[in-house]
Design a protein around this ligand. Structure first.
Ligand code: 48H
Length: 262
């Protein structure tokens, strides 16, 4: 059978825009396809919610691909082990309570779980702003403002487009980009002790791991923070290449949002 290039073009354009169209009114928009974002997407899609991740880079996985200093092995402690067990990622006990996993296997398996459960991933797509509305006297984020990453990287003056979401999950890691933009542009207070971003602190893994989960919560009406972004927002420590907190944070944010949406 002859291969017609034009059919390939049609197939990609039609199928991509069907996928895009189905993301115009989302239950949950997740910003960032690192471990916390991928886990949240998997768990929400598994429950049947319309969920999509927007990832600036071409590759998914955020900081998990590289393990520690590019030695591509991650460590997970007892508490977070069940998430990788459920995904089917093989783990080895290194010492009591310390498990290792291959970073490539963990990343690809979480991405596979998310997409096969029905979550959509839009890579090369940056979230550059949010939609803010006043609803019954309360300001709330009701959507995301997205642009193609190549447009952003080239510094082209091309306007973004908007997608609606009932909830936004900021899983952008250390930079906490979305909440930073929210408070820079608008006179609003966050649900943090100071009402502002508390900021990430230095390394203290033992405290940072449980804090990542505690700090996974709604920081502004319609906006949850997860993963490293949660610690940056609420002011806690970093933890190096230990990923249990990221997985548990993704699991928690999915549960909390699922409860709200049900
Ligand atoms: C679209 C964006 C935008 C944007 C950023 O950093 P991540 O891996 O995030 P987490 O929180 O799931 O995992 C953190 C972990 O990788 C880590 O860094 C740890 C454990 N550090 C500890 C330590 O001590 O250093 O992924 C975030 C993703 C990235 O892929 C970004 O490209 C993406 O978010 N992103 N995507 N629009 N505005 N900002």
């Amino acid at each position: 059978m002859a291969l017609e290039e034009i059919v390939v073009t049609e197939a990609i354009a039609k199928t991509y825009f069907e996928k895009f169209q189905s993301a115009i009114n989302l239950d949950v928009a997740i910003v960032g396809a690192g471990p916390s974002g991928l886990t949240a997407a998997w768990k929400l899609a598994q429950k049947g919610f319309n969920v999509a991740i927007f990832e600036r880079k071409l590759s998914i996985g955020g900081g998990m691909w590289g393990g520690g200093v590019t030695w591509n092995i991650i460590v997970v402690q007892e508490e977070g082990k069940h998430v990788l067990d459920e995904a089917g990622v093989p783990l080895k006990e290194f010492k009591k309570g310390y498990y290792t996993a291959d970073a490539i296997c963990a990343t690809t398996t979480l991405a596979s779980k998310a997409t096969l459960s029905g979550a959509k991933i839009f890579n090369c797509m940056s979230v550059e702003d949010v939609v803010l509305r006043e609803i019954e006297g309360e300001k709330r984020v009701t959507g995301i403002v997205i642009n193609s990453s190549p447009v952003e990287i080239a510094g082209l003056h091309v306007d973004p487009v908007v997608l609606n979401c009932k909830y936004l999950v900021e899983a952008t890691g250390h930079d906490l980009e979305v909440v930073n933009t929210l408070i820079r542009k608008n006179d609003v207070r966050l649900n943090t002790p100071s009402g502002k971003i508390e900021g990430e602190m230095s390394m203290w893994a033992d405290i940072a791991e449980p804090h990542t989960v505690e700090n996974t919560k709604e920081v502004f009406p319609g906006v949850f923070v997860a993963g490293m972004a949660a610690n940056a927002c609420f002011g806690s420590y970093r933890m190096g290449p230990i990923f249990g907190g990221m997985l548990l944070s993704g699991e928690k944010v999915a549960e909390e949002i699922a409860d709200r949406l049900s």
